[in-house]
Design a protein around this ligand. Structure first.
Ligand code: C5P
Length: 224
């Protein structure tokens, strides 16, 4: 059967990754969490005190970074590895969320990640979530969805996710982080977060995950 690319873009904490994971599972496709890649790069930059204003140092660091995904057979999760080390839990912490958009804005970082993501999806059969999948990584994706939701609802979901991982973060701090990231992500010069002209808009504010998954699957079935 024909294999396609499903691109899910949108604001932070709209339910992109939960939806993408389930859609990928349903279709037997690979799921690529591109945000995890930017988070892993951010972790490396912080650990190695990379000066973000020094393009030479940034490029040198990128040359030393390898980000990959491996399926964990115990929990079925596709986990992210930085230079062979599992960093899945570390990269979800608040100190990474606070820095990641400043790292993602850098052109050499974007070039490296976008080129890696293109390779990962070159045989199609992938569901990729991020900010620029439908516009920069796979402008020819057969299915494009742009997800949004009210900020309070996104922040509440994010707070619950963090709590499940044992991190208690004040609501206001989460709202501020989401808004700051969305602002930096939408206004950067290189592949900013924006809805592709041919992307379907999905406001998840009052939708269940199953409804979101069905919305995407209906689009996939019409595209096949
Ligand atoms: O999806 P997630 O919230 O984990 O993404 C973290 C950050 O990574 C985003 O706020 C954004 O700065 C960056 N990102 C990006 N392009 C992508 C995916 C994520 O710039 N395709």
């Amino acid at each position: 059967m024909k294999k396609i690319v499903v691109a899910l873009d949108g604001y932070s904490s709209c339910g992109k990754s939960t939806t993408a994971k389930q859609v990928a599972q349903e279709l037997g496709y690979a799921y690529i969490d591109t945000g995890a890649m930017y988070r892993a790069v951010t972790l490396y930059f912080l650990e190695h005190f990379i000066d973000l204003t020094n393009p030479k140092k940034v490029q040198e660091a990128l040359n030393n970074i390898e980000v990959s995904f491996q399926r964990n057979s115990k929990n079925g999760r596709n986990e992210v590895f930085l230079n062979g080390l599992n960093v899945e839990d570390e990269i979800r912490k608040m100190y990474i969320s606070e820095k990641v958009s400043e790292v993602s804005v850098l052109a050499p970082v974007r070039h490296a990640m976008v080129s890696e993501q293109k390779k990962m999806g070159k045989r199609r059969g992938v569901v990729m979530d991020g900010r620029d999948i439908g516009t920069a990584v796979f402008p020819d994706a057969e299915v494009k969805v742009f997800m949004t939701a009210e900020v309070d609802i996104r922040a509440r979901r994010r707070q619950e996710e963090l709590l499940e991982k044992g991190q208690l973060v004040p609501f206001d701090e989460i709202v501020e982080n989401l808004q700051k990231r969305d602002h930096i992500d939408s206004t950067r010069e290189e592949s900013p977060l924006r809805r592709a002209e041919d992307a379907h808009l999905l406001d998840t504010s009052h939708m269940t995950i199953d409804e979101q998954v069905d919305f995407v699957l209906d689009l996939v079935h019409s595209a096949l």
